[in-house]
Design a protein around this ligand. Structure first.
Ligand code: JD8
Length: 276
């Protein structure tokens, strides 16, 4: 997978050289190219912003440097060996008004051979840049979530990490991917390691029993408990896709603690617990 990032803060993307992604790049599983937008300015002050049309607070990013920068990304990507010269990237544009990124989107993006990111700053990028880009490549405004950041770089760090770790060979033991939160629809269970006792706190006995079936049971119950407490929205979705008869009695018992009952073949929340 090739990833191009255009930004006025190239150093912001340095974390993509570390850890798992750094190794994936060394192994040739992932190629990340960071472009400095100011390279595409021609005035002494390397100006990338101007006052907003129609007035108002802040500044807006000028279209000219962006047009040239995205042209350069297209040209650079196409000159990569093995990529035909008609190839185009999927252009992701981080924005508070974008489609919210989640694990399902990560799975869709990992199938793309070439991603490009346009990192805005200030009040955002002149809208004509995205309209012009959409003439030549697919454009997807994406958001990290419903809170306001100062620019798109943080979103790129999160999205590239979430997508790249789904690339075959990046995460050593692919099985661990399946276990994770947001993969099976439930949150992950609590984890422990040595020592068996720490500051007077014990590792749950079942985890020291070596009894794999009991351990798996305990972990499933803990997934349900944690999801019911922290993300009742996710549990409702998970239960809506399940037939109560399929679930072990113990799981139905845990769900009952959180007000979920089996009625005419489906789960219903009768008296949702008052949030503690
Ligand atoms: C791109 C400029 C700042 C946004 C005025 C603050 C994503 N989940 C998210 N929250 N915020 C962003 C984001 C914020 C950005 C830019 C993404 C470019 N800003 C602007 C509009 C209000 N300032 C984001 N992904």
């Amino acid at each position: 997978m090739r990833v191009d990032v255009v930004t006025i803060f190239p150093e912001y993307l340095a974390p993509l050289e570390l850890s798992l992604l750094g190794k994936a790049r060394e192994a040739g599983l992932l190629e990340v190219v960071v472009h400095d937008l100011r390279e595409h300015t021609h005035d002494r002050h390397r100006t990338v912003d101007d006052s907003p049309a129609g007035g108002g607070a802040g500044m807006v990013m000028r279209p000219e440097p962006w047009g040239e920068a995205l042209d350069a990304v297209l040209a650079a990507g196409r000159s990569t060996p093995g990529r035909d010269d008609g190839a185009v990237p999927l252009l992701l544009v981080p924005s508070p008004s974008g489609q919210v990124f989640d694990q399902a989107m990560a799975h869709r993006l990992v199938g793309q051979p070439w991603l490009a990111f346009a990192c805005g700053r200030y009040e955002g990028i002149d809208e004509r840049v995205l309209e012009d880009a959409a003439e030549r490549m697919p454009v997807l405004p994406v958001s990290l979530g419903d809170y306001v950041l100062g620019g798109g770089e943080v979103a790129v760090l999160a999205i590239v990490e979430a997508v790249a770790r789904l690339l075959p060979g990046v995460v050593g033991n692919a099985d661990s991917l399946v276990e994770e939160s947001h993969e099976g629809g439930l949150l992950e269970y609590p984890v422990y390691t040595r020592p068996a006792t720490w500051r007077g706190r014990e590792v749950p006995e079942v985890l020291q029993s070596g009894h794999h079936a009991n351990i798996e049971r305990w972990r499933q119950v803990e997934r349900l408990r944690r999801t019911a407490r922290r993300r009742p929205d996710l549990l409702a979705i998970w239960l809506a896709a399940r037939d109560p008869g399929e679930l072990p009695e113990e799981d139905r018992g845990v769900l009952a603690e959180f007000g979920w009952r089996a009625e005419d073949g489906r789960f219903r929340q009768v008296n949702p617990p008052v949030a503690d």
